[in-house]
Design a protein around this ligand. Structure first.
Ligand SMILES: C[S@@+](CC[C@H](N)C(=O)[O-])C[C@H]1O[C@@H](n2cnc3c(N)ncnc32)[C@H](O)[C@@H]1O
Length: 433
């Protein structure tokens, strides 16, 4: 039996062991018990037994790799994408959607120490309305690679299909790569972003070398023949709008325009349900003063303003604040005010913080909202809705509310990114003191 030591792995052996998986973690890895600790094995589902080898063996947990699977779970399904397993975009197309939702809900319930009352889901395929594809010229093969990073590596997996992308974007993949390959500047392209706005798709091409007029003409022809708005990004901070309409999407019937690189919720159907659920959970009344923290370009703020007396949105990116203000004006909403502030700094000195609020919504990035939780408690809102893209920081931040006398009244798993390891959720906290 070969055995060696490395900094990363405590002990690695090439010995095969037979294990049975009894759980699926939210990242799509099978979980078994081995030597009294959790053993994570990608590509295995609960109830499946396999011969595996250990790839990593740490004090708290181990990782294994399947050598031979001895049976199939009834919840094993055929992955729809030919690139699954190579491409790092999806981690669990081999598991039924019901199993994915159950395992994500169970992980959320464990972290939150509360049952999941609700699963908010849309279609499990063709749901992504934005994607950023890496581009890299390969001198050996003289071809342009276009796709996502390899699972566990940095090389690009060329993709011809991507069934989680909305159909209008997926249909662009093959012709777009052909078009970009023909450019003189094909060796000097960084990435391409595709976004499916409600008024049509758009693309942003990041190029690191100058584009000749012939290249520009080819790109314009492509954009016209595919009804695609075209933006060029010669530098990471610069965006040239070449043609097409300014993009917009709908949130609770309002039209929100955005700049192609702005954060927008990726799954439109889940977003629409999430906004509706937030409005219902906050039980917004005509006299309510509502606060929306980490408000982006007003995805929740502007719908809230339709029903509340007043709404304040706070956001750290100046461009998003400007868009939010523009959208409030375009939608005729005069009871909404936006502040450009960093919510990781001392918020007590920020101008919004001295106002009173009856209800609060927050939707932070993965780092959570550690810097603002104590101030939320001080504001003493009757209801708090926390929308989260990271259950670990959600659980941490929830402690502050629970310790202050709030109780969880609703906990929903948002199936925002089926087939991936992302776990999003939303919680309603109600003041019970
Ligand atoms: C998950 S997004 C949600 C945006 C918006 N609620 C939506 O639904 O589109 C999180 C937002 O928090 C903002 N953000 C991240 N860190 C921040 C900070 N320290 N202070 C203020 N805003 C921050 C990001 O710019 C982003 O717009």
């Amino acid at each position: 039996m070969a055995q060696f030591y490395s900094a990363k792995r405590r002990v690695t052996t090439s010995q095969k062991i037979t294990v049975t998986v009894n759980d699926l973690d939210p990242f799509g890895q099978g979980v078994a018990r081995h030597n009294g600790k959790a053993l994570f094995i990608p590509a295995l589902l609960p109830g499946e037994t396999a011969e595996i080898v250990l790839k990593e063996d740490k004090r708290q947990f181990a990782r294994g790799e399947v050598k031979r699977r001895l049976n199939d779970s009834p919840e094993r399904v055929l992955p729809q994408c030919p690139h699954f397993g190579m491409c790092g975009g999806c981690q669990q197309q081999h598991a039924s959607v019901a199993l994915q939702q159950r395992s994500k809900s169970a992980a959320l319930a464990r972290l939150m120490k509360h049952e999941v009352n609700d699963v908010i889901a849309g279609e499990p395929w063709a749901y992504r309305r934005r994607a950023r594809l890496s581009l890299s010229w390969q001198p050996k093969t003289q071809q342009l690679d276009m796709g996502f990073r390899h699972a566990g590596g940095s090389e690009i997996v060329n993709i011809r299909q991507c069934p989680v992308l909305v159909r209008r974007l997926e249909a662009l993949l093959v012709p777009l790569r052909e078009c970009l390959t023909q450019l003189k500047a094909a060796r000097h392209l960084g990435h391409v972003e595709l976004v499916d706005a409600d008024n049509g798709p758009l693309m942003v091409l990041r190029h690191t070398g100058a584009l000749s007029s012939a290249d520009k003409e080819k790109l314009e022809q492509f954009s016209h023949s595919h009804d695609l708005a075209l933006y060029l990004a010669p530098q990471s901070e610069i965006l040239e709008h070449v043609n097409g309409e300014t993009p917009w999407y709908s949130s609770d019937g309002l039209r929100l325009t955005f700049s192609p690189r702005d954060f927008i919720q990726v799954n439109d159907r889940v977003n629409q349900q999430m906004v509706a659920r937030a409005l219902a959970w906050l039980d917004v009344q005509p006299g309510d003063r509502v606060l929306d923290l980490f408000c982006g370009m007003g995805n929740f703020t502007l719908p809230l303003a339709k029903y509340a007396a007043s709404v304040v949105g706070v956001e750290g990116v100046a461009g998003l604040v400007a868009k939010a203000q523009e959208n409030a004006q375009k939608n005729g909403l005069q009871n909404v005010t936006f502040f450009h502030e960093n919510l990781e700094e001392d918020v007590t000195k920020q101008p919004w913080a001295s106002r009173g609020f009856d209800k609060i919504l927050l939707d932070p990035a993965r780092a959570g909202a550690g810097g603002v939780m104590q101030h939320i408690i001080k504001l003493s809102p009757a209801r708090v809705v926390y929308v989260s893209c990271n259950p670990a920081t959600l659980a941490r931040d929830s402690e502050a509310l629970l310790n202050a006398g709030y109780q969880i009244q609703q906990l929903a798993m948002l199936d925002m990114f089926p087939h991936t390891g992302h776990l999003e959720s939303m919680v309603l906290f109600v003041d019970h003191q």
